[in-house]
Each structure stands twice: as C-alpha cells, then as structure tokens.
Ligand binder design. Sequence first.
Ligand SMILES: NC(=O)c1ccc[n+]([C@@H]2O[C@H](COP(=O)([O-])OP(=O)(O)OC[C@H]3O[C@@H](n4cnc5c(N)ncnc54)[C@H](OP(=O)(O)O)[C@@H]3O)[C@@H](O)[C@H]2O)c1
Length: 217
Amino acid sequence: MTTAIVGVGNIGSAVARHLVAGGESVVLTAKDESRVQALAKELGPLARAASVEDAISGADAVLLAVWLDTMRELIPAYANLLTGKVVIDPSNPIGFDASGQMMRTLPEGESSGSVVVALLPAGTHYVKAFGTLGADALAASANRDPLAVLFYATDDEAAEKTIERLIRAAGFEPWKAGGVATAGRIEAPGGDLHQYGFNGEVVDIDRARSATAGSGT
Ligand SMILES: NC(=O)c1ccc[n+]([C@@H]2O[C@H](COP(=O)([O-])OP(=O)(O)OC[C@H]3O[C@@H](n4cnc5c(N)ncnc54)[C@H](OP(=O)(O)O)[C@@H]3O)[C@@H](O)[C@H]2O)c1
C-alpha cells in the first residue's frame, strides 16, 4: 500500500515521518519541489517525491495535507484521479485575520469535512483524520505509552480499514468519533474531541472512550 501526502508543511511532514517510521510507503508532493525532495531524501527508501498528478495516480490513499481553500482548487483539478482512492482530510475551518488572530472560516455548525465531501467525486472513500492534534503535538506524540488517540470520522468501510492501519502505523491509537456527520466534533475551533476541546490535552483511549460514550461509536 502507498499513501500520497499532498502538502509537506506542518501536518504533511509530521505524518510522513511517522508513517515511514512505522514501515509505510509514502509518495510526497507539494508546490515547492525542493522541499519535497529534501524530505523524501531525509526519509529514505520508503519515501519518494513526485508531481501531484503522479503522487495521486500511484497511491491507494491520499492525505490532503493542505488548507481548505487549497482543497477547493486541488480536488476539482484532480477529481478523475481521486476516484476510487481513500481520501484523508485533516482540515480545520481555521484562518487568520489581519492581526494574526485565529478565526473560524466557516459558519458555526458547518464542518470543514462536509465542505470537502461535497467537493469530492463519487467513488472516493472519504475519512476525516490526522487533524485532531496541533501539528507540534502530532509530531511529538507518536508511540507514547499509553498511546495517544487520533480520532477519525467516516461513513465508508474501506476508508475505515485504511485509516485504522495508517493511524496505528503512525504510532497512535485510532478512535472513531462517528460518521461524517460528526466531523465537526473532531475539528477546531469548537470540536469537543479536538485537542483544543480537551484544553490542549493529548488524550489516550480511556479518555476517548468516555468522551464518546453514548454517541454511538
Ligand atoms: N498546523 C496545524 O497545527 C494543524 C492541525 C490540525 C489540522 N491542520 C490542517 O492541516 C492542513 C495543513 O495544515 P499545515 O499547517 O500543515 O499547512 P502548511 O504548513 O501551510 O502546509 C501546507 C502545504 O500545502 C502545500 N500546498 C499548497 N498549495 C498546494 C498545491 N496547489 N498543490 C500541492 N501542495 C500545495 C504547501 O506546499 P508549498 O510549501 O510547496 O506551497 C505546503 O506543503 C490544513 O487543512 C489545516 O487546517 C493543521
């Protein structure tokens, strides 16, 4: 199995490092080729650099580690290549105002996940994941004892199987928050199952289980 990682910024590079450390093959892509090539070289034989087109074409799963606004351009441009793939969406509806203050970019109650699902072509296997921790915490929390939880949300069986494998390979405990309708719970700002919803705490499976008890997971 190969996972394409589109975007090698804070989230994409952290996930790439964890997946390779866990034995997964990754193909990396972004706009800045030199950054992609440097990361691929650093990660060794399980990683390679490619164009966005080649990365998506050759992958089974595609992590879109880019901002929501970039997805609005990328997904329509590569829609035919995404069909049939597991598409992993870490996006949060977060932006920054002129003074650098963090702000919500979508109306209250509208999840970034629902926007991404609406952009995707039929036949993709969508899962929201890898966005429930801040990038520094994600980079620093793999293979802890007890394992740190990464929540995910999906309605799709193939996507669920794939994300469970990838989260475990990355050195975390997967925990399903629910279907896509629950995506807002694992997004920030506002999601109770996002790291910010736990006041910055990186939770383990006991905390995750009690936080989702009674919500049908
Ligand atoms: N940062 C966090 O703490 C955090 C936490 C949870 C979730 N998230 C979510 O994760 C996503 C990524 O965040 P980030 O902080 O990792 O962003 P980032 O550091 O700004 O990285 C964005 C990446 O997207 C790439 N990119 C931009 N336009 C592209 C295009 N047209 N084609 C291919 N690649 C393109 C950039 O490549 P170039 O550098 O080559 O332009 C860069 O590698 C966002 O949706 C965010 O909401 C972030």
